[in-house]
Design a protein around this ligand. Structure first.
Ligand code: FAD
Ligand code: S2G
Ligand code: ZN
Length: 480
């Protein structure tokens, strides 16, 4: 005799399928598989149905039916998240992937705003802005597959934060399907609207736990006429901070990206990424990838960069540098940086951290955390790279060399995750930092969060969660 729950589930799924039509869902295991495997392959997802709605109305119907049956609902975008936030965990889950909702609804050049659906791939939004001679500045290594809905929901960072801010600073309005199925149309395109609580900010960074984002109004910016990009060989992270201060002063504050990369990252990239070449003659312990962008200064920006780097060399702050002479060279430099995540995979198991500390404390964080993990796991390979201009370091560890194909070695290394996290996050907290700078909490850091978030902060978050999602159906088990 089918249980009541099984009957309720079957009825709800049948109603959802009827709303979506045959193109709007799959329950075929082979078709579902890619939606159930997370970017890092740390979890195995399970779901009753993968929904691919084509409109906000369809999303609202899915949530309404799901809510009545008390089914878990997990929103998903490009599935490039690093914390398992889009992993459906129970077999009765309704997974809602927004990829079919990928229309750009409007672009208003003179209001510098673009209205997009949540399933738009980030790169497509960047291109639509460029076609209108504008810039949408959110940029990260996964931009070719992550969706703006996921970027909004994780409050993604990326490489241009130090000039344009996190995703939440790029949003004017949101459309959200709430856990009871109602649609909140908050798609305002105003830069000023002081009429009570700024509700959109509750959903930005909520990782799908308060509702399904279905559309957004995003800010656009003037498209820079001049972009100069340099790869710089330096002594250590402290030199990077001195360079950043000089760059800001010498560039007329037009620094848009300032990434720190240790040599170990480039060794991985040069080993595993076809076509990757080292643009500098000698090896250096550390590198900075720096980008300035500004108005049409007729070549003056490049001259300023050359002069600034020359003075830094005389001050002993850098050992070598190359400034891209073409878009092709510039793209090659960025490919080196953006390939780090991919190149870490063939090197074996990894234990990753996405921390932020005050910018001035970055060198101390890196040296203390490196010494601590090397004591804990002799031979561990430390890749401390990332958005140093924001104080955000991806302190990613690869298992000791040689064990990538050895399952026992991989398992033994992964088994150290909890201890290593505690060591690295304790140092982070001692330096006044955060255990999640840009990737969010998801499943990965849920257990740790209470150690680092105040009891009152957690209580406020739980109060919000209960108010918006009293039955706990929206992305259960994530964040809280
Ligand atoms: P998903 O992984 O599908 O989902 C992420 C979270 O958002 C989940 O909790 C999910 O439930 C929720 N969600 C997704 N869509 C919606 C929606 N429509 N409504 C409500 N909730 C939703 N991240 C950075 O911040 N900065 C980086 O520099 C960066 N670099 C990366 C480089 C690489 C190579 C890779 C693989 C990842 C990188 N990431 C980075 C991580 C990841 O790309 C971001 O977190 C991104 O914002 C996730 O978008 P997504 O569409 O893939 O979301
Ligand atoms: C980046 C990617 C994720 C990682 O490249 O900036 O956010 O830690 C990271 O590999
Ligand atoms: Zn990052």
């Amino acid at each position: 005799m089918a249980t009541i729950a099984a009957t309720r589930l079957a009825e709800a799924l049948a109603r959802i399928k009827a709303v979506l039509g045959p193109k709007g869902w799959t329950a075929e295991p082979a078709e579902m598989a890619p939606y159930l495997a997370d970017e890092r392959r740390l979890w195995q997802g399970r779901a009753a149905l993968v929904c691919l709605p084509a409109s906000t109305k369809e999303v609202a119907a899915i949530v309404q039916i799901g809510a009545e049956a008390r089914l878990p609902i997990v929103p998903q975008g490009g599935n490039t998240g690093m914390c398992g936030g889009a992993v459906p965990q129970s077999p009765d889950t309704v997974l809602v992937n927004l990829r079919r909702m990928n229309r750009i609804r409007a672009l208003d050049r003179l209001n510098d705003a673009i209205t997009v659906e949540a399933g738009c791939v980030l790169a497509d939004i960047q291109n639509a802005a460029e076609d209108a001679d504008r810039l949408f500045p959110l940029s990260l290594g996964a931009e070719g597959s992550c969706q703006i809905g996921g970027n909004l929901s994780t409050n993604a960072g990326g490489v241009n934060v130090l000039r344009y801010g996190m995703t939440r600073e790029l949003v004017l309005g949101l459309e959200v399907v709430l856990p009871d199925g109602r649609v909140w149309d908050g798609l305002g395109a105003l830069r000023k609207d002081n009429t009570g609580y700024d509700l959109k900010h509750l959903f930005l960074g909520a990782e799908g736990t308060l509702g399904v984002i279905t559309a957004a109004v995003l800010k656009l910016f003037a498209r820079p006429r001049t972009v100069e990009t340099a790869l710089i060989g330096i002594r250590d992270p402290a030199a990077a901070l001195e360079l950043l201060a000089r760059a800001r002063a010498d560039s007329g504050d037009t620094v848009v990206a300032f990434e720190l990369v240790p040599r170990a990252c480039f060794d991985f990239v040069l080993r595993h990424i076809p076509g990757a070449v080292d643009p500098l003659a000698a090896r250096h312990d550390w590198y900075v990838l720096m980008e300035w962008a500004g108005g049409d200064l007729g070549g003056a920006l490049r001259e300023r960069m050359e002069a600034s780097l020359g003075e830094a060399a005389e001050a002993g702050l850098l050992r070598d540098a190359t400034i891209a002479a073409s878009d092709e060279q510039r793209n090659a430099l960025w490919r080196l940086r953006d390939s780090i995540t991919e190149s870490q995979k063939p090197e074996g198991a990894s234990i990753k951290h996405d921390v932020a500390v005050p910018v001035s404390r970055v060198p101390e964080f890196i040296s203390r955390a490196t010494a601590a993990v090397e004591r804990e796991v002799p031979g561990v390979r430390v890749l401390a790279f990332g958005h140093v201009g924001d104080g955000n370091i991806h302190f990613n560890l690869s298992q000791p060399a040689g064990g990538a194909q050895d399952q026992a070695a991989r398992t033994a290394f992964t088994a150290r995750t909890h201890d290593i996290n505690a060591i690295v996050h304790t140092i982070t907290a001692e330096l006044g930092g955060s255990i999640s700078a840009e990737h969010g909490i998801g499943l990965l850091k849920r257990a740790e969060l209470p150690h680092y978030k105040s009891a009152i902060g957690l209580d406020l978050m739980r109060t919000l969660k209960r108010a918006f999602d009293p039955h706990g159906i929206m992305n259960p088990g994530k964040v809280l």
